[in-house]
Write a protein that binds this ligand. Structure first.
Ligand SMILES: [Zn+2]
Length: 282
């Protein structure tokens, strides 16, 4: 017997198929034939335990007769949690943690930052409006992108290309808040960026299993985003903040990039264009 159920509730009986269910939960209808269920109570026990006049309580509401209601106590939040729609048939285990629910968010755009949090809230009343638990308690950051090997027919590419003044995901106003993405990278590789005349502008060792956007503060800045753990990334994308290895903002122009795959030794090259503005703050 579940604690929130009336202890005098004996079974949920289906008048159509005569089957009796343990009142472990309160299914709305008979799982066998879909007919409404009848609550059967231990009436002799109630007759013994209930004193005469038990229902002479103030108030005319339903809860005056709580000894004959299927649930033991007045619900504070309601029973429709909404979780039924996202409950998995059987739990799925990731990293040793079993997960009961799954919700798929569709229509996400590659390269953009998305924050998620699961919160609980109540319905409020006339005196106190609905209260919600803190978003920062389990806020996570994810940036979608093609997974390693998801697009084997395509080589490494850069987006947006051309990078015009700013990308649509650039929220920051300062020069170091901007970034562009390299995508479809090998799991581990060396990424080099050159000017057209062959000067090395930037170089990094990319490891898709470890890369978390560090170094590009527009993607993830632990000093500003104290309540957010490092982002979940696809494992095949790297964000460059358009700052050269000399610490300067990259100028407008055409750039070349070269990727060397650590596993196969293969090299691939490409180019991208940066168009800067002389507007203030960019
Ligand atoms: Zn039935």
């Amino acid at each position: 017997m579940t604690a929130w159920l009336n202890p005098a509730l004996e079974c949920l009986e289906c008048l159509s198929c005569d089957r009796c269910q343990e009142p472990a939960s309160l299914p709305p209808t008979c799982p066998g034939c879909g007919q409404p269920l009848v609550m059967r109570y231990a009436l002799e026990r109630l007759a013994r335990e209930l004193r005469r006049g038990a229902w002479d309580r103030p108030g005319a509401g339903l809860w005056r007769y709580r000894e004959l209601l299927p649930i033991a106590d007045r619900p504070r939040t309601g029973f429709n949690t909404g979780f039924g729609a996202v409950r998995l048939p059987s739990p799925v285990v990731f990293d040793g943690v079993p997960y009961q629910y799954r919700h798929t968010v569709t229509g996400l755009k590659n390269g953009f930052k998305y924050f998620t949090a699961v919160t609980s809230y109540d319905l409020g009343n006339v005196e106190i409006e609905s209260l919600e638990s803190g978003i920062s308690q389990n806020k996570t950051l994810a940036i979608p992108g093609p997974a390693p090997g998801e697009r084997p027919d395509r080589g490494v590419s850069v987006f947006p290309n051309p990078y015009r003044v700013e990308a649509r995901w650039d929220h920051g106003q300062k020069v170091r808040d901007h970034y562009l993405w390299f995508t479809n990278l090998p799991r581990r590789c060396t990424l080099r960026i050159f000017t057209l005349s062959g000067d090395l502008v930037f170089e990094t060792e990319f490891d898709g299993d470890r890369y978390q956007g560090g170094g590009a503060r527009g993607i993830y800045d632990p000093r500003r985003e104290l309540d957010v753990p490092p982002p979940t990334l696809s494992g095949a994308t790297f964000g460059w903040d358009l700052i050269t290895r000399e610490g300067q903002a990259a100028a407008s122009g055409l750039y070349l990039f070269a990727i060397q795959d650590h596993a196969s030794g293969e090299r691939s090259v490409g180019k991208f264009l940066i168009v800067k503005s002389d507007r203030e703050e960019f």
